[in-house]
Write a protein that binds this ligand. Structure first.
Ligand SMILES: C[S@@+](CC[C@H](N)C(=O)[O-])C[C@H]1O[C@@H](n2cnc3c(N)ncnc32)[C@H](O)[C@@H]1O
Length: 263
């Protein structure tokens, strides 16, 4: 397996929630900059079938799925999006409170217990790399045995060789720290704690930069994912597919890895 199990600050239970939630707000801005709504909408459309509910796991500060929903809703197919996270974001819960098409679950939802999550197509957007190997295996196994559609998207397509990653790490961290200073004014809602821990005591930019970089070698490659599903019992009624993520112009951005029941 090529994946390297580095740590990310936001995965530590002791990590202050105020820093975690402001980091995930930066991820929302990054997702929009990368136009991931377009890429994910293109990937998920063929799997919607007659399903009405999409359940996003590891939604952080809301992520990009609300924008994806706008792109995939049609007058014939009205969809509902349920956002969830191991560490639910209170500000995002409040943001979607009066939205009929979207709700954010207040209780913690662990992607490991896929079968306990609300019913609907499951999505994991830039979240699967947070799952250590045994958890990743159980999630895939649970999706297959419960015949659930599981749509995984990761923005890192082909992880760099680890040596190259280490060589560029200092420069990449500096770039991400500077970027986060410019991205902060575009986050919603802006809070005084966020401004304090960004511009005065820059814990948020430092942790964001590290987690962003660490997520690259943590991303499961195509070969990693294929070897994981090869370990599952063979099931002719369930299908796994790996595809390049594509924007509307056909440019590759990340990958989709999708498990779905065969009709
Ligand atoms: C990199 S953020 C991605 C957030 C969002 N999907 C986006 O694209 O903006 C990863 C999220 O996964 C969540 N997470 C980590 N482990 C999890 C688990 N076992 N179950 C559910 N969520 C988890 C973290 O709390 C964090 O909000």
């Amino acid at each position: 397996m090529k994946r390297v199990q580095l740590f990310e600050f936001e995965d530590f239970t002791w990590f202050p929630d105020v820093i975690r939630k402001n980091m995930t707000k930066l991820i929302v801005v990054f997702n929009k900059m990368m136009k991931l709504d377009e890429v994910i909408a293109n990937g998920i459309k063929p799997y919607l079938g007659k399903g009405k509910n999409i359940v996003d796991l590891g939604s952080g500060a809301g992520g990009i799925m609300p924008q994806v929903l706008n792109k995939i809703q049609t007058s014939e197919q009205k969809l509902h999006l349920t956002l969830t996270d191991l560490y639910p974001n209170k500000e995002a819960i409040a943001e979607f409170k009066n939205n009929e098409a979207i709700d954010y679950q207040m209780g913690s939802v662990n992607a490991l217990h896929l079968e306990k999550a609300p019913e609907g197509i499951k999505t994991m957007i830039n979240c699967f790399h947070h799952m250590p190997l045994p958890t990743a295996k159980s999630i895939l196994k649970s999706a297959q045995s419960n015949k659930e559609t599981l749509f995984i998207y990761e923005v890192t397509n082909k992880p760099l060789p680890l040596l190259v990653w280490w060589l560029f790490l200092p420069l990449s961290l500096i770039i991400l720290i500077i970027m986060s200073l410019f991205m902060t004014p575009f986050t919603k809602p802006i809070t005084w704690q966020q401004l304090l821990f960004t511009y005065i005591i820059p814990i948020i930019p430092i942790a964001y930069a590290w987690d962003g970089q660490a997520s690259m070698p943590r991303t499961y490659s195509k070969t990693d994912l294929e070897s994981l599903v090869n370990e599952l019992p063979k099931d002719p009624k369930y299908h796994w597919e790996f595809m390049d993520g594509k924007n509307n112009k056909g440019k590759t951005t990340g990958y989709y890895f999708v498990g779905s029941p065969v009709n």
